[in-house]
Design a protein around this ligand. Structure first.
Ligand SMILES: *Cc1c(COP(=O)(O)O)cnc(C)c1O
Length: 401
């Protein structure tokens, strides 16, 4: 057996099969490239679902992590540490908000957003105890906890995990009329992704996000934007909401916030809203730890200059132009997305998204299928134009075979 086959057989024997990875075993990575255990190099067009916006082994991020590793890595929130205030201040500033509640994974940040909205509903809005409702969208992806999958519309993500957490109302994504009709006096928040990543990089119709903003303001409820995948440069702006000139009441961040080094997530909002928490009412042992703060501070510093956003916008224009040409040819049925982020619907006759991903892997390009015949392209924002073009060439080869 090859080193690849041995590693995969062993992983299959000793790990739960809750994933179906492509048959490549990565040993090292740099920038937009990964090298497998047999020395083959692959172009990474997934970037850890946007957790690797700044590329593999980014020098600034690795140096920040190394320096912090030598000082102090964990204190728990029982004590203050000297990176915490800076992290919260800078992140709030980047978001144009006032307060930060740090967690670790995206799902934890979404859970935090849900708890915040409910508490705000009872304490500030005056919703009767136990009656708070949160409106979410169909085809959402907000994480994997029991509460979050309770309001998923994906049977794979949801089946067999009941009893489900009540208090959520699901309306079709992009439909403002349905949203308005679902709102009652007990609604405390609308939780949506400004672009739905897992659903296939679905961009809502123009005017949807401003409409959500208007309705939530009118009805005195919170607009929570899950920007865990869409945020922090991916779409050519710091936040996907910016494309529509919208500022939500709360950002939920994760993935790229940890620079591909450590899991870092956060809820960022106003003092009115995050001010509902008192000591002991919510928390996490690892949330806001010194190592996480040090890496995230460097991520925030990198985003402050706007250079990554600009790069994502420029390369994104190029990516969408090239994919647009493919869409005329019959092999590609539709292309969606913004910035360096695209969902590509392959003509089903050419194979499933999985089969296309496997053929691309043979061409040394790594992507991930979403549902059906859709593949998602989301390279690290540091990818060179030459490498991106090389990847697009490989895609053309696979689609014309
Ligand atoms: C990935 C993701 C999450 C969940 O993040 P985890 O770190 O995997 O828990 C939540 N929302 C969106 C939009 C995501 O893309």
């Amino acid at each position: 057996m090859s080193a690849t086959e041995t590693a995969i057989a062993s992983a299959e024997a000793h790990s739960a099969h809750n994933y179906h990875p492509l048959p490549v075993v990565v040993a090292s990575a740099e920038g937009a490239w990964m090298t497998d255990v047999e020395g083959r190099r692959y172009l990474d067009l997934l970037a850890g679902y946007s957790a690797l916006n700044f590329g593999h082994g980014n020098r600034r991020l690795i140096d920040a992590a190394k320096a912090q590793l030598e000082r102090v890595t964990l204190t728990s929130r029982a004590f203050h540490h000297d990176r915490f205030a800076d992290f919260c201040t800078r992140l709030a500033e980047l978001c144009g908000m006032e307060m930060v509640l740090p967690m670790n994974t995206g799902a934890e940040a979404v859970e935090t957003a849900v708890k915040t909205a409910r508490k705000w509903g009872y304490r500030v809005k005056g919703v009767p105890d136990g009656m708070a409702k949160i409106i979410v969208a169909s085809d959402n992806f907000h994480g994997r906890t029991t509460t979050i999958i309770s309001f998923s519309t994906d049977p794979e993500a949801r089946a067999d995990y009941g009893p489900y957490t009540p208090g959520f109302e699901i309306v079709p994504y992009g439909d403002l009329t349905a949203l308005r009709e679902a709102m009652t006096e007990n609604t405390v928040a609308v939780l949506i992704e400004p672009i739905q990543g897992e659903a296939g990089v679905l961009v809502p119709p123009a005017g949807y996000l401003p409409g959500v903003r208007e309705l939530t303001r009118e009805r005195n409820l919170l607009f929570i934007a899950d920007e865990i995948q869409s945020g922090l440069g991916r779409t050519g702006k710091t936040f996907a909401c910016e494309h529509e000139g919208v500022v939500p009441d709360m950002y939920v961040l994760g993935k790229a916030l940890g620079g591909g080094v450590v899991p870092v997530s956060a809820v960022v909002s106003s003092a009115d809203i995050l001010g509902v928490f008192r000591p002991g009412e919510h928390g996490s042992t690892f949330g806001g730890n010194p190592l996480a703060c040090a890496v995230a501070l460097e991520v925030i510093a990198m985003l402050r200059t706007g250079e990554y956003q600009e790069r994502a916008a420029e390369l994104g224009d190029h990516l969408h132009r090239e994919l647009g040409l493919l869409a005329g040819g019959g092999a590609v049925e539709a292309v969606r997305g913004r910035g360096l982020w695209a969902g590509v619907d392959i003509a089903p006759a050419l194979g499933t998204g999985r089969q296309i991903s496997e053929r691309l892997m043979e061409e040394r390009v790594l992507v991930k299928d979403t549902h059906g015949s859709t593949i998602r392209i989301a390279p690290p924002l540091v990818i060179s134009k030459e490498d991106l073009d090389w990847g697009l060439d490989r895609l053309r080869t696979v689609l014309s075979a």
